[in-house]
Design a protein. Structure first.
Length: 199
């Protein structure tokens, strides 16, 4: 059974599921982040692509354009989000599940993405370990999440800040070699992108 915060997050996204596709933030923020991570992975030729925290499946729909022959799999903890994803993109496989318990076999994924959901994960280290478990050797994990300076984080008590050194540590502990890590966008550097490869 999840924590109160975890359950509140799921309820929040279930309430937003019906209108999530049309939120203004999709165009000016989420799409931008998703296009960026897909661009970072453009030279790969995956057979299986996973999106952890897939929401309504927007990233996977973009991935279909980039890799038309790949199998596309999405996982999200909010069942109403998954209902919308299945309706909007029946070509992909979707599961209601937490990042900490992925319903996929070991070594079955070539590239995994997670964009802007990491700060919602109840146990981030366990979630990254699960991603590493399902990745094939040399498979890639591209994680993009919000990061803010410490002086701002102290005012947002429930926010799990993606501190670069901690994300790197979690990747390494899970068996992922960090190939790149960068903060981006503006003087606050609000986005942290980390690319790991399964050893």
């Amino acid at each position: 059974m999840g924590s109160k915060q975890e359950n509140a997050d799921i309820q929040h996204f279930n309430r937003r599921a019906a209108t999530y596709e049309h939120a203004a933030s999709q165009d000016y923020f989420f799409d931008r982040v998703q296009k960026q991570v897909l661009n970072l992975a453009r030279n790969n030729r995956p057979q299986v692509v996973l999106d952890v925290g897939c929401g309504t499946g927007r990233l996977l729909r973009k991935a279909k354009e980039q890799w038309p022959d790949a199998k596309l799999v999405g996982v999200d903890a909010a069942d109403k989000m998954i209902e919308q994803a299945r309706r909007l993109f029946p070509q992909a496989e979707f599961h209601v599940a937490m990042a900490e318990s992925l319903p996929l076999p070991d070594a079955s994924v070539d590239i995994a993405f997670s964009t802007l959901s990491f700060h919602h994960w109840e146990n981030q280290a366990k979630g990254v370990s699960e991603v590493a478990r399902v990745l094939r050797p040399d498979g890639k994990f591209l994680l993009a999440d919000i990061t803010v300076p410490t002086w701002i984080a102290v005012f947002v008590k429930r926010f799990k800040r993606s501190k670069p050194s901690r994300v790197r540590e979690v990747f390494e502990e899970a068996g992922l070699t960090v190939e790149a890590q960068q903060r981006q966008w503006g003087w606050l550097r609000v986005l942290l992108v980390t690319v790991g490869r399964k050893r």
